[in-house]
Design a protein around this ligand. Sequence first.
Ligand code: NVA
Length: 323
Amino acid sequence: MTIYSTNEWDQLKKVIVGVPEYAQIPPMDKSLRVINYADRHSIEDINVGPYPKQVIDESNEDLDIFVNFLKGEGVEVKRPNRVPTGYYNYCPRDTVFVYKNQTLAAPMSLRSREKEFLHIVEHLGNNFTIAENYQKDDMYDLDCVGDSEKLALTEVAPKFDAANIIRANDYLLYLVSNSGNKKGAEYLQEFVGNDVKVKTLEKVYSYMHIDSTVAFLREGLLLANPSRIKSRDMLPHPFNTWDIIWSPEPVDIGHYPGYCNSSKWINVNLFSINPNLVVLEKNQEPTRKALEAYGIECAMLPLRHARTLGGCFHCCTLDLYRK
Ligand code: NVA
């Protein structure tokens, strides 16, 4: 079994699950300032450096439970190398895009994450491409600080994290935000070719990644975050014709004091094992009920530091094979 995946819901056979070791908040640079902290006027209180040991240890405990669950479902599980990196190896979703048998190391928005794919590269198959990654100062626009209408990235070159994309076979949904520019969507369209259509989602959420805003559950059914997608008209065709489960309010699991890398909407950041079974953070009972009404069973698993580290089950995985 090598690589094959064209959507977010087919039966999962092989996946990479992230690791928390050596996770750190890197020293401030222009990319980090405008992408992660555009909503803050002052960044003096940001804790730079390694995450607390408790966060790493408890995340390992929770991810071990997740890995054992996946193995019980017959899924082959790979892990990144447990080595220091510029940022972390906790969210393989962010760095590599998988479509059919192709894998693409994305032109990462943060400078500190440029080489992160190297720690999973041995699992990425033979049809692997590294996108050119432009990182000069004119890539980043300081005017976005305090202005959520202005994006952190300019359009001087394609720039996106792989987690700005979700897949639905012949259509891909690409979020234009601080972690993905319009040129990036054009680059992605060229990469996948004309049989697949890249659709952009714009002016709904300016921060990191698409996967706490929309989740594809199966052909014709999606889960949407109603605090960002206010009506179906905000989705591009064909997604505006799909059935929509409007996500219930998340149960806020909080974060480690002084460390928060995510909104409370980790309930949308679920991970599908197949069209009838998803992994959901264990406190998200209202979302469980909403999904069960559509015949989707939920495995309720812990991930105590999902908000602290900035990723729940969709973020901390990268599906390599679904069929
Ligand atoms: N950046 C997103 C992802 C969370 C898992 C958010 O904060 O909503």
